[in-house]
Design a protein around this ligand. Structure first.
Ligand code: RRO
Length: 318
């Protein structure tokens, strides 16, 4: 099966990327997996100033999921420009790199985009508007408020011609209007979804299992939520979608493709097995061969949900 696609003016040799926050800037995983075999990577979110991150523990396992509150630990814009971008353009030139951008206010996002723009060496941006562990100053994450989201995306759009992805949150009543707002504001693609807010309480100490209190839930428990969000966004927008949440094997990735994602991202599963993403990429090719699918385009959005039946927002049959 033909796996390669041209999206955002670039070639993706296969549809599997590493998700933001699970692969640093690539360096840390260089020896653990074959990075050049991937479709691409999304970096850890970059903030204006360096961040040390939240108090430990930052990660706990919970059932079929993981809860994290890393707190945006990252080296900050200046070191990303002087150290990380040069390393990535030298070592990851064969794959597509998106830099994830985060901040408290719109102006921080714009200043980071301006700073990164002056260095270059990567394909595009993923605006992280949905971190559950770092809210917008005085409010909710941008992705929970379509009007706030619109403002930050429009401003970023004016600063760059590079592909602009917007990463959305799962904890909204209907992701459709949020996806529409991002597209109208100038997003070239949407990443669905970030982690789901959650809390684990230790019943002996009666305190939170995470140092920061609550956190973001990821892993297999989030998968059906992510697949539904992609399905819903596909019905409301016409820009490429990137599906993320709970992908651990080829079947999980294919669900996202069938729901309408052009690309998928592997996140939490990389912690258990750094080779998951490359395994999933090879698995999609095998699945295509077995099913007699010649081109990945024939899988994207090919979920049989009936042309005239409305998309269910609640997640029921649709
Ligand atoms: O760093 C984090 O705590 C974090 C981020 Br920026 C995010 O977008 N999602 C998440 O689950 N954790």
């Amino acid at each position: 099966m033909r796996l390669s696609q041209t999206l955002f003016g670039a070639t993706f040799q296969n549809p599997v990327l590493l998700a933001a926050g699970t692969c640093g800037f690539g360096e840390e995983l260089e020896d653990a997996l074959d990075l050049p075999s991937l479709g691409g990577i999304v970096t850890k979110s970059v903030t204006l100033e360096p961040r040390g991150g939240n108090a430990p523990p930052r990660v706990v396992e919970v059932g079929n999921a993981m809860l994290n509150s890393v707190g945006l630990a990252n080296p900050g814009l200046e070191r990303v420009c002087s150290e990380k971008l040069p390393w990535m353009s030298e070592h990851l030139s064969g794959i597509q790199v998106f830099v994830s951008v985060a901040g408290h206010i719109s102006d921080e996002y714009w200043r980071i985009v301006e700073g990164l723009e002056s260095v270059g060496g990567f394909l595009g941006y993923e605006l992280n508007l949905s971190c559950p562990n770092d809210t917008r100053l005085g409010g909710l994450p941008f992705a929970l408020d379509p009007e706030a989201l619109r403002g930050v995306v429009e401003g970023a759009r004016r600063l760059t011609d590079r592909p602009l992805l917007v990463k959305l949150a799962p904890n909204v009543p209907d992701i459709g209007p949020v996806a529409e707002a991002a597209e109208e504001a100038g997003a070239d693609g949407l990443t669905l979804v970030n982690t789901m807010p959650g809390l684990v309480i230790d019943v002996e100490s009666r305190s939170a299992a995470l140092g920061a209190g609550s956190g973001g839930l990821s892993g297999p428990a989030l998968r059906a939520v992510g697949v539904h969000a992609v399905h819903r966004a596909q019905a409301c927008t016409s820009i490429p979608l990137l599906g993320v949440g709970g992908i651990t094997d080829v079947g999980d990735a294919v669900q996202y493709l069938l729901a309408g994602a052009s690309l998928v991202q592997v996140g939490t599963a990389t912690f258990a097995d750094p080779r998951t993403a490359q395994r999933v990429g090879k698995g999609i090719a095998r699945y295509g061969k077995k099913m007699g699918v010649e081109d990945i385009q024939d899988l994207i959005g090919a979920y049989h949900h009936g042309a005239d039946r409305p998309v269910s927002v609640s997640g029921g049959p649709g």
